[in-house]
Write a protein that binds this ligand. Structure first.
Ligand code: C2E
Ligand code: MG
Ligand code: MG
Ligand code: MG
Length: 281
């Protein structure tokens, strides 16, 4: 009987693995026309000064409006795009979108607005020339300083001069660099010494329970103190209620991002928010 159960379990896993593989192949195929069919959309989630709640920046987050499956989250399709290499084309499109919106918003609503752009490790490792992105910004009269490049710790593992050169290139162009999901990857504190990083984004896993987990609060406090000593600013991700906001603000955290302030918004919604904020100023 045990043997039978074992065999059944085996075939169950095989079937579900096969289904997952088929799903990946289908999505990879569908993705090839998604840009031309205007199925991708960039959303913008406000990043606020944590003391005042004032919007300072926004993070650009991609969505896929699949004709059959509806909205597909980036956690479900980015890794497929990375496997097939389509992430390079998608990122070019995404960067162009962000630049276009930035130029309008900065001109009409918020001259100092910065947008955070998630750069996939695959793009970071394979795209050797960023002059096309720089040109997009120049054509639209958008300064490099309005872009924050978000990288993950995975990028820094491959410690080499290429990574340093790339980050230096972003900085020379005026861009800033944020280390995303800090504390969840293969963190090594030596990265913080070796690489020029402007912002640490504390992962939401540490923020979620700070109100009732003293150890999580201690980690957040320690990250904030360390970041400031290293001349970096801190963005807390996944801030969902005011209790969390107050604790983080008390610990000296600079910025917050999360459902407490706003969910990711469409460009039109974000623009409305900027308009109403401008009236308040
Ligand atoms: P991330 O860069 O760490 O982005 C933050 C994620 O947390 C977003 O998920 C956001 O919607 C979600 N979030 C924000 N506030 C809260 C909150 O208060 N509570 C909770 N539970 N979640 C919150 P999203 O949009 O699903 O993106 C997931 C990941 O996909 C991103 O994580 C990023 O790694 C990747 N991603 C998203 N857009 C892009 C893109 O344009 N290019 C690349 N390469 N990756 C992207
Ligand atoms: Mg991010
Ligand atoms: Mg993150
Ligand atoms: Mg609470």
């Amino acid at each position: 009987a045990a043997k039978l159960a074992g065999r059944n379990r085996m075939s169950y896993f095989t079937a579900s693995m096969q289904a997952a593989a088929q799903n990946r192949i289908r999505l990879a195929n569908d993705m090839r026309i998604a840009i031309n069919e205007h199925q991708f959309e960039m959303l913008y989630q406000p990043i606020v000064e944590i003391e005042t709640g004032r919007i300072q920046k926004a993070e650009a987050l991609i969505r896929w409006h699949h004709p059959v499956r509806g909205i597909i989250s980036p956690t479900e399709f980015i890794f497929i795009a990375e496997e097939t290499g389509q992430i390079l084309t998608i990122s070019d499109w995404a960067f162009g979108e962000v630049a276009r919106e930035l130029s309008r918003w900065r001109e009409h609503l918020f001259p100092d607005l910065q947008i955070s752009f998630n750069i996939s490790p695959i793009v970071f490792q394979n795209k050797n020339d960023y002059s096309d992105w720089f040109e997009v910004l120049e054509k639209l009269n958008v300064p490099g300083s309005s872009i924050v490049m978000e990288i993950t710790e995975g990028v820094l593992i491959v410690s080499n001069t290429q990574v340093l050169d790339r980050l230096a290139e972003f900085h020379q162009y005026g861009m800033e660099v944020a280390l995303d999901d800090f504390g969840t990857g293969y963190s090594s504190l030596s990265y913080l010494k070796k690489f020029p990083i402007d912002y640490l984004k504390i992962d939401q896993a540490f923020v979620r329970h700070i109100e009732n987990e003293p150890k999580d609060m201690a980690l957040c406090e320690a990250i904030i103190v360390m970041a400031h000593k290293l001349d970096m600013k801190v963005i807390a991700e996944g801030v969902q209620d005011d209790g969390q906001r107050l604790l983080l603000a008390g610990a000296g955290c600079n910025y917050g991002q999360g459902y407490l302030f706003s969910e990711p918004l469409t460009a039109a919604e974000f623009e409305k928010l900027l308009e109403s904020n401008r009236l308040e100023r």
